[in-house]
Structure formats: structure tokens, C-alpha cells
Design a protein around this ligand. Structure first.
Ligand SMILES: Nc1ncnc2c1ncn2[C@@H]1O[C@H](COP(=O)(O)OP(=O)(O)OP(=O)(O)O)[C@@H](O)[C@H]1O
Ligand SMILES: [Mg+2]
Length: 295
């Protein structure tokens, strides 16, 4: 794709060293992405909706940031802006690795798993996994070889030639995640990647994702409605307000890693959860009341 935004992407991976150096040094780097005063107003048939307002957020190299907030507060909108699919209102700024980027200039700089898995039903699993590589100009044969080695790690070995409808919901989500991983960028945006899973599968997927993150150590921004998930996964949990979405609070999660699933029953975990729940419930209530007013 000569001349496209994808060509501007840096291919070096200076942050991989963080896989061994860990969080303390990850914190020391300048942000991989920095959002300043991002606002987005939608105008549908003359009706203006301010989805997010004045959002400031920075993610450090190698950091795992989880984002929670009431339904409709603008989380997916924020991801659509950061991935370059949507323009923010004028006035806000985005710096990616220290360089200012706007709108479509951001396309291809991050890997993005949207809220719906968007697998193409007519493509086999392996060909769904390599779509982004093909869009970048890689030949399908080479892209398939690159993907093939990841099937084992993503628990999908033997399903390469299946079609999406032949997979379970959890497997489809792993294919979508694998596709996001194959599009190697230092920042990944994951929008409720485990949203449709039962509690047990979800816990297994969380452990598995942490394992993968610890090996590859990319920066991750992860949206979830599940507070336990947000705390268990995150170096930091960011809570958004009811719409228009602003950053309500940002809380470091200093639970040691690697994290055992039993950490969720410890007093430390429960104390963090109680604090966060209070903030989240306050915002959910506002969101609920404003829906009530609209009838
Ligand atoms: N393309 C669009 N055109 C008009 N309004 C939109 C558009 N996309 C989102 N919105 C509005 O912006 C607000 C935020 O939507 P968004 O999808 O970002 O919320 P969310 O926080 O991701 O919600 P959920 O947790 O339910 O996924 C909503 O009021 C929604 O109706
Ligand atoms: Mg959403």
C-alpha cells in the first residue's frame, strides 16, 4: 500500500526489552500515546451528541491500562478516534511516540480489536487472521506462514481451515485477538474482547492474555464492563464518567505480577474494588437517570 498511512509506521520494537525489565522501567519511558483534551460531538440529523469531552490520557510503554465506564459514555468512540477511524473535534491533540498525529494519520499506527469481532464469514480462520497483513501488502502465502505459528499459542491449532461459523464464541474472539496481535504495533486497543463469554471461559482468557502480554509486552488499552477483570489485568484502571465521557479517575494497581486468579479474593484486591465500584456506580446511576429523563 504505497503512500498510505501504513507506510509511516515504525517497524522497530524498542519496547520488547520491557518483557524482561518489567513495570518499573516501563513506567519510566515517555508515553507511547498521549491524548489531550479530546472531545467528539456527533451530529445526527441536526441532533448533537457530545460523546466524549476533554479527555486527557497517557499510556506508558509496556503498560496495561483498563478502561471502565457506563454504557454509552464514549469508550468505543475514544478507540475509534485513537485508531484513526473517526476525527475528534478540533482543539484536542494526540501524540503518538512524541509526534502529533491527527485523524487518518493514525490509521495503521495501532492494532485495534473492535467491539464486534468482524470476522468475514466467507474466509477461513487463517485467512481472517491475516487480513491486516494482506492489506499492508504482504503476499497471502507469506502472511499465512506468519499466522500459522501463532495458532498453537492462541489455542486454535487444527482450526486453521474452519470457517468462523464453525467456531465457538470464545474461539472467534481468539481469532480476532490473534489478528490484532499479528498486526504488530506497540499499542493495542481491545474493546471488550471477552464481552460475550461465560465467567469461567472469561477467567481462562484473562490468564491467557496476561501470559501473552508478558511475553510480547506491548502497551494495551482494554475496555471492559467487568471491574474484577479491569483490576486483575491492569497496571492502571481508568474510570470514565457518564456521557459526555471524561476521565473521572485513574488508579494504579500495585498488585504484584504474575497475578494468580486467587488474588481477586485478597483484602488488597477487595479494597481497590470497593473504591472503584463507588466511582463506577455513581456514574452508572447518572447515566441511568438521564435515560429515564429522556423517557
Ligand atoms: N457514528 C455515530 N453517530 C452518532 N452517534 C454516535 C455514533 N457512534 C456513537 N455515537 C453515540 O456516542 C455515544 C457513545 O457511544 P460509544 O459507542 O462510544 O459508547 P460506549 O461507551 O462504547 O458504550 P458501550 O459500553 O455500550 O459499548 C452514544 O450516545 C452513541 O449513541
Ligand atoms: Mg462500546
Amino acid at each position: 500500500m504505497a503512500g498510505s498511512a501504513l507506510d509511516r509506521v515504525e517497524t522497530d520494537k524498542p519496547y520488547e526489552a520491557l518483557a524482561v525489565t518489567g513495570k518499573a522501567e516501563a513506567s519510566a519511558g515517555s508515553p507511547i500515546i498521549e491524548l489531550a483534551q479530546l472531545t467528539k460531538t456527533f451530529d445526527s440529523s441536526g441532533q448533537k451528541v457530545v460523546a466524549i469531552e476533554g479527555v486527557d490520557l497517557a499510556v506508558r510503554p509496556g503498560e496495561f491500562v483498563t478502561l471502565v465506564g457506563p454504557s454509552g459514555c464514549g469508550k468505543s468512540t475514544l478507540f475509534n478516534i485513537v485508531s484513526g477511524l473517526l476525527d475528534a473535534d478540533t482543539g484536542g491533540k494526540i501524540h503518538f511516540k512524541g509526534e502529533e498525529r491527527q485523524g487518518k494519520e493514525l490509521l495503521g499506527t495501532v492494532s485495534f480489536m473492535p467491539q464486534r469481532d468482524l470476522l468475514l464469514p466467507w474466509r477461513r480462520v487463517i485467512d481472517n487472521a491475516v487480513i491486516a497483513l494482506e492489506v499492508e501488502g504482504m503476499r497471502r502465502k507469506e502472511a499465512r506462514e506468519k499466522a500459522q505459528v501463532m495458532f498453537q499459542e492462541f489455542g486454535l491449532a487444527g482450526f486453521e481451515r474452519h470457517y468462523p461459523h464453525q467456531l465457538s464464541g470464545g474461539m472467534r474472539q481468539r481469532v480476532a485477538l490473534m489478528r490484532t496481535f499479528l498486526f504488530e504495533r506497540d499499542l493495542m486497543l481491545l474493546d471488550e474482547p471477552f464481552g460475550a463469554l461465560d465467567a469461567l471461559t472469561r477467567v481462562m482468557m484473562q490468564r491467557w492474555l496476561l501470559g501473552i502480554w508478558q511475553r510480547h509486552r506491548r502497551s494495551i488499552l482494554f475496555i471492559t464492563h467487568d471491574v474484577d477483570e479491569a483490576i486483575f489485568l491492569g497496571d492502571r484502571v481508568v474510570v470514565m464518567t457518564a456521557r459526555p465521557g471524561r476521565i473521572k479517575l485513574s488508579r494504579e494497581i500495585d498488585l504484584p505480577r504474575p497475578r494468580d486468579p486467587h488474588v481477586t479474593t485478597t483484602p488488597e484486591f477487595l479494597a481497590i474494588k470497593a473504591d472503584l465500584m463507588e466511582a463506577i456506580e455513581e456514574e452508572s446511576m447518572k447515566s441511568f437517570m438521564s435515560q429515564d429523563e429522556r423517557g
